[in-house]
Design a protein around this ligand. Structure first.
Ligand code: TXA
Ligand code: MG
Length: 315
């Protein structure tokens, strides 16, 4: 049976029954379930083989809905939400009891965002509960940016995948916390941290705590292809590499080699982030032993791309 569909009413019916539905967002596809139903949420962890110490993001239709699930809304987070939602930024709040502990892995904080995709916004507005949704990939593997990617790996686990086309951003949301009078960046993502400059707050980057893996996509090895992968700062002489069993993922340089994919020939980071995960999947499916990937400039969205490449290449 083809599980890819654009039928929102069908998605509402499945989710109301506690089943799993793949949903499109502007960042990556999510594997969604009723966030208020612990049994439905448990199915997400099971389907992804995700360790229960890794908490989920709760998706709501608009900023107004946040107060149903959190004890208070710090003013700086309200300002950020109002500026960037719907959009690729997730915010941490102190949770109310209505959010099951399984969603937050026992943490007192819950991660919330309003995704910017018309189908999913329509879906969220039609439901009377929010959606817990991690990226719709087996734990640790490359995130999905098309409905087909979800079906490729989780066909038996989902009741359907709502098809919203390819994701416009292509990397996960930026995760922020307000703590100690500062904005803490817990994960680089689709919102460039440069865009926070207008808030005049001190910004602290806290994305590399491998000792505390309750934190976001922070596991050193994540987003990984099955093939071995090596990350380099720059690939200058790609045509001189003799070994035919290497696939290349470069920033702007191109070649005739069919096993060489270019993130953006014009050097556009938005295009590079759209291509990132689907190109990694393509390379992973090729008959090669090794993927050599090149970093992109470490500015704006480039930080999120480099973060994903670094974790994908980690052993
Ligand atoms: O763009 C996105 O954020 C996508 C789409 C589907 O919305 N979702 C996504 O979910 O990337 P996931 O589960 O792959 O990554 C969510 C990250 C996890 O690494 C988790 O550790 C972190 O968010 N997280 C969730 N709740 C948290 C909390 N209370 N404190 C710290 N980190 C949290
Ligand atoms: Mg993920």
């Amino acid at each position: 049976m083809n599980k890819i569909s654009t039928d929102i009413q069908q998605a509402v019916a499945f989710l109301t029954e506690g089943r799993l539905v793949g949903i499109p967002t502007e960042t990556v596809y999510g594997l969604a379930a009723n966030a208020l139903d612990p049994l439905a949420v448990a199915r997400i962890f099971e389907a992804k083989r995700r360790p229960t110490f890794d908490p989920l993001i709760v998706h709501v239709p608009d900023f107004k809905a946040v107060s149903l699930y959190v004890k208070n809304i710090p003013a700086p987070l309200e300002a950020i939400a109002k500026a960037f939602w719907p959009g690729p930024v997730t915010l941490l709040f102190e949770k109310k009891d209505i959010i099951p502990d399984l969603v937050t892995s026992g943490l007192e904080t819950v991660a919330i965002r309003v995704p910017n995709h018309p189908l999913t916004l329509e879906l969220l507005a039609a439901l009377d509960f929010p959606l817990a949704a991690p990226s719709a990939n087996p734990f640790g593997y490359i995130s999905p940016t098309t409905a087909q990617h979800v079906v490729d790996q989780l066909e038996n686990e989902v009741s359907m995948v709502l098809d919203g086309g390819p994701c416009s951003i292509g990397v996960e949301s930026t995760i922020l916390q307000w703590s100690g009078g500062k904005i803490k960046v817990l994960r680089w993502g689709g919102l460039s941290v440069d865009d926070l400059a207008a808030f005049n707050a001190q910004i602290e980057v806290n994305t590399h705590s491998t000792s505390n893996p309750t934190a976001p996509g922070m596991l050193t090895s994540h987003y990984s292809p099955r093939k071995k992968m090596k990350l380099v700062s720059s690939i200058s002489q790609i045509n001189e590499v003799e070994n035919q069993r290497i696939g290349f993922l470069t920033w702007t340089s191109k070649s005739e080699n069919p096993m060489h994919l270019t993130l953006s020939e014009t050097g556009n980071v938005a295009e590079a982030s759209q291509n990132l995960f689907s190109f990694l999947r393509k390379l992973d499916a090729m008959d090669i032993d090794l993927i050599i990937a090149e970093k992109v400039p470490d500015i704006g969205l480039g930080k999120a791309i480099n973060d994903r490449l670094t974790r994908a290449a980690a052993e």
